[in-house]
Design a protein around this ligand. Structure first.
Ligand SMILES: O=S(=O)([O-])[S-]
Length: 105
């Protein structure tokens, strides 16, 4: 199973439709605290195992990083852990905050 790409407009549509998605953010905690996608959770080496164990693997997981590069390997990693529907957010948070400022906090 390989990851796919998702652009900010597609993610916004899923949020607005109330879809049961999981958005994870792999940036550093300071950046996450300064601004993140509404409803996202910070994923780090400290909590990734728990996340893998406790998350329904059929739910779509969207990985956010700074610019959409490192999220690709994280999305691939999660796909290899059994997640069936994983995505790398194109452009990362830097693009997200310009396209969807209403879904930032
Ligand atoms: O590699 S990254 O800058 O997209 S996190």
């Amino acid at each position: 199973m390989n990851f796919q790409f998702m652009n900010p407009d597609e993610l916004k549509a899923k949020i607005e439709a109330g879809e049961e998605i999981v958005v994870v953010d792999i940036r550093d905690p300071g950046s996450f605290a300064a601004g993140s996608i509404k409803g996202s959770l910070l994923l780090s080496n400290d909590n990734v195992q728990l996340f893998i164990e406790q998350t329904d693997k059929s739910r779509p997981v969207i990985v956010c990083c700074y610019h959409g590069n490192s999220s690709q390997s994280a999305a691939q990693f999660l796909a290899e852990q059994g997640f069936n529907d994983t995505y790398s957010l194109q452009g990362g948070y830097e693009l997200w905050k310009t396209v969807c400022p209403e879904y930032c906090h």
